[in-house]
Design a binder for this molecule. Structure first.
Ligand SMILES: Cc1cc2nc3c(=O)[nH]c(=O)nc-3n(C[C@H](O)[C@H](O)[C@H](O)COP(=O)(O)OP(=O)(O)OC[C@H]3O[C@@H](n4cnc5c(N)ncnc54)[C@H](O)[C@@H]3O)c2cc1C
Ligand SMILES: *[C@@H]1O[C@H](CO)[C@@H](O)[C@H](O)[C@H]1NC(C)=O
Length: 373
């Protein structure tokens, strides 16, 4: 081939704020895009090795592709879902992604006709009454995918390190702390999820947490994603019931039992009554959980970084010096009084679906980067 073109602007600085699944995937696509050449740095308070830190969401995900209401009503959201599903499905042979036979049961009669995602997943079919648990009236079966955050995030990080991407652990209070890294030509990606609520330059008060408590277990008998369709996505809900088996080379046969869906709840402490409820509910759809050899590996609480109106993926041209909503700014949380502009591509607010939107969102974010060079 002779069409190899020179990168248009070589080695322009690209700073990605946030090392969750979204920041890492955006950095990955930026680092592997043949049309652009960035000098990429990731700046984050929590890094892929911090799997017990509750200050970020990515360690706590299932993480599977699971139907979400917004994918059916918002075309852009649906597109991100489809792209990501197909990308992860293609990654099954790598062993990082598990092909997951799935069943979702419902205690109410239901029709499959209005299910928007039946052509997105694979092998979709309606369950016959004989395949349902006693307490359920309807259900569907399909094949989806899952990843294991404790292997998937380190994989993304190692791919980035091998391409010269640097990682700097740092708590950022104001976006203009990054101006010296960006120089005149640089672009910033803001993938700081719930951090964007208080970082000066963003201060997005549409952000809110959805608390998720879960139990990680090990048992070879759980190889299917099972879920009970409830009202967990309504604001009155809060109790969800799902079992997500995940791939694992170092830890095999693990599954995440969930969960809770507590809107606006910032409590990161464990509640053992909640854990008891999760275990009981999951056992109704998978009685084998109560077998003697089920091993409890750990209990977790994570906060899903949700946003009123849905995720924010867009470009913003900020005026420097930045203005904050208050005048109690830490003395050195600023790049100085220099005036000018700062280009930011925002990508945050993915709530319960950061993994299952990651590749679609990253592709859009990289297109925004290219359009704003
Ligand atoms: C119980 C539970 C189950 C879930 N299950 C699924 C699932 O099955 N499928 C799915 O798709 N999703 C699931 N999710 C949601 C998923 O975990 C999130 O949507 C996703 O991890 C968000 O990724 P992110 O990169 O946007 O943010 P995060 O993972 O929160 O990362 C944010 C990054 O920004 C950094 N940061 C924030 N503020 C600052 C600051 N001031 N300075 C420097 N750095 C900062 C953090 O340190 C971190 O590196 C689940 C979540 C929970 C809690
Ligand atoms: C700001 O100052 C504090 C001490 O007051 C210091 O610990 C911190 O590292 C400084 N941060 C930056 C970005 O300079």
């Amino acid at each position: 081939m002779t069409t190899q073109s020179e990168p248009e602007i070589p080695h322009r600085p690209l700073v990605v704020l946030g090392a969750g699944v979204v920041g890492l995937t955006i950095a990955y696509l930026a680092a592997t895009d043949p049309q652009i050449s960035f000098k990429i740095s990731i700046v984050a308070r929590d890094m892929p090795e911090d799997m017990d830190s509750q200050a970020w969401a990515s360690p706590y995900a299932g993480a599977n592709w699971s139907p979400m209401p917004m994918g059916g009503v918002d075309e852009r959201h649906g597109g991100w879902e489809r792209k990501t599903f197909n990308k992860l499905w293609d990654m099954i042979p790598t062993g990082l992604v598990k092909k997951l036979p799935s069943k979702i049961y419902s205690v109410q009669e239901g029709s499959a006709a209005d299910i928007w995602w039946k052509d997105l997943v694979r092998d979709f079919r309606v369950l016959s009454p004989s395949e349902l648990p006693e307490t359920c009236k309807a259900g569907v079966a399909f094949s989806t995918i899952s990843v294991n955050p404790s292997e998937y995030l380190p994989w993304l990080q190692s791919e980035l390190l091998s391409r010269g991407v640097t990682f700097e652990r740092r708590h950022v209070r104001s976006l203009d702390e990054l101006t010296s890294m960006l120089g005149e030509q640089g672009i910033l990606v803001n993938a700081a999820s719930l951090g964007s609520k208080s970082i000066i330059g963003v201060e997005d008060d549409k952000l809110y947490p959805i608390r998720g408590q879960s139990i990680l277990v090990q048992t070879p008998r759980l190889q299917e994603f099972l879920a009970l369709k409830g009202d967990e996505y309504s604001s009155s809900g809060g109790e969800a019931t799902y079992i997500i088996p995940r791939p694992g080379n170092t830890h095999s046969d693990t599954a995440l039992l969930g969960g809770t869906f507590q809107v606006g709840n910032w409590d990161t402490s464990l509640d053992m009554k909640t854990a008891q409820g999760i275990f009981e509910r999951c056992s109704t759809i998978a009685p084998c959980l109560k077998d003697k050899d089920t091993k409890i590996l750990k209990h977790s609480v994570g906060l899903r970084p949700a946003r009123q109106g849905g995720p924010r993926v867009e470009v913003e041209r900020l005026d420097l010096p930045l203005r904050s909503s208050h005048d109690l700014v830490p003395w050195n949380a600023t790049g100085g009084d220099k005036s000018g502009k700062m280009t930011v591509v925002h990508a945050y607010g993915f709530g319960p679906c950061g993994y299952q939107l990651s590749w679609g969102v990253a592709e859009e974010a990289v297109n925004l980067l290219k359009a704003n060079l």
